[in-house]
Ligand binder design. Structure first.
Ligand SMILES: [Ca+2]
Length: 301
């Protein structure tokens, strides 16, 4: 199957159907309903392009049926085989080996409910599902000053900056043991990574503890164990302060929801151009311009 290719306008998302119709939209579709709202109401194949660097390798093809059902379509073979992958590792196991935006079904109680995610099938053997991505190239597109509910369901765009949502992170990390991979770039262009062989985010209200308690451990990497201080903390936002400070840490940190303690050495949801968007550890202090957090089942190699 030959995919249609178009010259893409930077930071504009192009949806096209297989017969070559196309339209520019201001935001990316999350499902077939979104595509319908953009004026494509016929059953068929639709392609969503990731326009970062106009890299058409990041095209994603989906198939929308008459019930707004969405199927993943294998780009290589053109088959309309519906994936039931719960994460990017399972997509990789099914042969989806390209990096980029893809579809997973992470909710056990809602197996038909898709989530568009960013997959990294390259780093350390691939199979990584990105849970947040920051890149100052996209500054101004996605506001991270958000409420507890917004952080729960997720926001942003998998093509640009996003937070996948604490509900998704919970289901991703609770079904099996998971590891966490964090990459950063600082204002001097220095890059590095932190790898936690264990990472888990608990349910919203498990035994009446603070919501979405984060545990991580077994660090190795090049930027120091910055998350150690956040270990065991619930998720705090501007409207739901569960941190251990007398102050409201999320408000102090520019509205960035995080596993604040009192408050934090690391904040990957904090505003660009501030010292809050940072990775501090015992040996390093980075003011950031880019950051990405990714998880995968830890049995992967
Ligand atoms: Ca507080």
């Amino acid at each position: 199957m030959k995919l249609p290719y178009y010259i893409l306008v930077l930071l504009a998302l192009v949806i096209s159907d297989i017969s070559g119709h196309q339209a520019e939209v201001g935001s990316s579709p999350r499902n077939c309903q979104d595509i319908r709202e953009h004026g494509f109401d016929e059953v068929g194949h639709y392609v969503v392009y990731n326009t970062v660097n106009n890299n058409t390798e990041k095209a994603l093809m989906i198939y929308c049926d008459e019930n707004d059902g969405m199927q993943f379509v294998d780009k290589e073979n053109g088959t309309a085989e519906r994936s039931d992958a719960r994460n990017c590792k399972e997509l990789q196991d099914q042969g989806v080996i390209h990096d980029g935006v893809n579809i997973i079904y992470p909710f056990p109680d809602q197996p038909e409910s898709p989530v568009l995610v960013l997959c990294d099938q390259t780093t350390q053997g691939g199979g990584w599902t990105a849970i947040t991505r920051r890149d100052d190239w996209f500054e101004g597109l996605t506001d991270f000053n958000r409420t507890f509910e917004e952080y729960a369901i997720g926001f942003g765009d998998s093509n640009y900056d996003f937070y996948i949502g604490n509900e998704v992170i919970y289901f991703l990390t609770d079904s099996s043991l998971n590891e966490l991979w964090i990459t950063i770039e600082d204002t001097d262009g220095e890059t590095g990574y932190a790898h936690y062989q264990y990472f888990h985010v608990a349910a919203r209200d498990e035994y009446q503890l603070p919501p979405y308690i984060m545990d991580c451990g077994l660090y190795e990497g090049t930027i120091g164990d910055g998350l150690e201080y956040n270990n065991g903390m619930g998720f705090s936002t501007i409207d739901q302060d569960t941190d251990m400070s007398d102050a409201d840490c999320a408000a102090i940190f520019g509205g960035g929801g995080w596993w604040h303690r009192a408050c934090t050495n690391v904040c990957l949801t904090c505003p660009y151009g501030t010292w809050d968007f940072r990775w501090y550890s015992e040996d390093y202090q980075y003011i950031l311009i880019k950051a990405q957090m990714m998880v995968r089942p830890s049995a992967s190699t």
